[in-house]
Design a protein. Sequence first.
Length: 261
Amino acid sequence: MEFGILGPVEAWAGGGNVVALGSAKVRCVLAVLLRVPGTPVSREALVDRVWGDRVPGTSVRYKYVGRLRAALEPHGVGLVSRDGGYLLAARAEQVDMHRFRNAVAQGRAALADGSLGAACRFIVDGLAQWRGPAVAGLTGPWAELFRDQLERERRDARVLLARCLLDLDRVEEALDLLAEWLVDYPVDEDVIGLHVLALHRCGRRADALSSYQHAVDRLGRSLGIGPDDRLVQLGRRIRAHDRDHAAAEARLPRSVARLPH
C-alpha cells in the first residue's frame, strides 16, 4: 500500500487502486500519522493538529479514527492505540513525502561528492513524487503550516536542480523548468536570477534583460522592495557583456562583424 501527502491526501492499495478514505477530517488524521509513520502520535497532538481550538468529544475522535482504521486495515495497514496515542503501521518508503525527502538528501550527498549528474537524477526522482499542492483540500492551522513547510522544501529542491543543470551546461532544460517555476515563484529572487542567467547563457541576452526588468518591477509592485545585491550584480554583468560584445563587433572588419554568432 502507498500513501500520498504531496498533493491531495490519498492511499492506494495493490495495483494502484484508490482507497476510499472519506471526509477531509479523516484525511487530516491520516496526514498527521503519515508525517511520522511507525511512530506513536499522542492523542493530544492528534486533536490539536486535526481540530485546533475546536476540541471534539472523545466519541467524535473515536469515530474518525475508527473510519480511517476501517479503510486501511482490509489492505494490511494497521492503526493501533499505543503509548497514549495512535500509531500507523506503515513504513516511510510507503509515503511520497518521505521518498521525496530521501531522494533530495541523496541528491545533496551526490552533489557534495561532485557527482552532478547523479544529484540531478536523485532530485528529479524526488520532485516526481509531487502531484500538486501538499495536503491539498485540508484546512486549519496545522495543515497550513505543514503545507507551507513542504512547499518550501519543494522550492529548495527545484532551485538546487536548476543550479545543477546549469552547472552541467544543460541550459535549455534548466530554462524550460525555470520558465514554468517562475509562475509559482514570481518574486523569488533565486528563481528569477537563475531564469535570467539561463536566458543569458542561451544567447537570449535581450530576453534576459527584459526578464530582469520585469522582475524588478514585480518586486517593487508586490513587495515594495528593490532587487537584492546578487540580482543587481547579475543584471550589471549582462549589460556589461552586451557592451563589451558590441564594442568588439565594432572593432571588427564589417564583413566579419556580420557573420552569425
